[in-house]
Design a protein around this ligand. Structure first.
Ligand code: SF4
Ligand code: SF4
Length: 101
């Protein structure tokens, strides 16, 4: 079973602890992405890495923006950014195996 949870890190950890407490084993499936606009110099180096177009350039302003809803957390952009403006944080969890069947 695949389960996506969202919320503050503390809430996610509590949810995972609950699942583990009732005998459901979990494993991390993917991470969330954090884009720090304050560090971004809008060079565009990350945009070509992003197939779902979660990172895009406004053709008029030439500024880069990030649409979290489009991001599949492939992390290809992380290594592409020379300024450390993109990093992975937090986790989604996949329910791997239920102890009771
Ligand atoms: S992690 Fe992948 S999908 Fe998300 S912004 Fe980066 S390149 Fe795009
Ligand atoms: S590579 Fe980094 S600095 Fe350049 S546009 Fe992307 S996030 Fe901004």
């Amino acid at each position: 079973m695949f389960l996506i949870v969202s919320g503050a890190e503390e809430q996610i950890e509590r949810a995972v602890a609950y699942l583990e407490g009732v005998g459901v084993r979990t494993t991390a499936a993917a991470k969330n992405l954090a884009w720090d606009e304050g560090k971004c110099v809008h060079c565009g180096a990350c945009v070509g890495q992003c197939l779902p177009k979660a990172l895009s350039v406004d053709e008029k302003t030439r500024r880069v923006s990030y649409d979290e809803g489009q991001c599949i957390a492939c992390e290809l952009c992380v290594g592409a950014c020379p300024f450390g403006a993109i990093e992975t944080v937090g986790k989604h969890f996949a329910v791997k195996e239920a102890a009771n069947g």
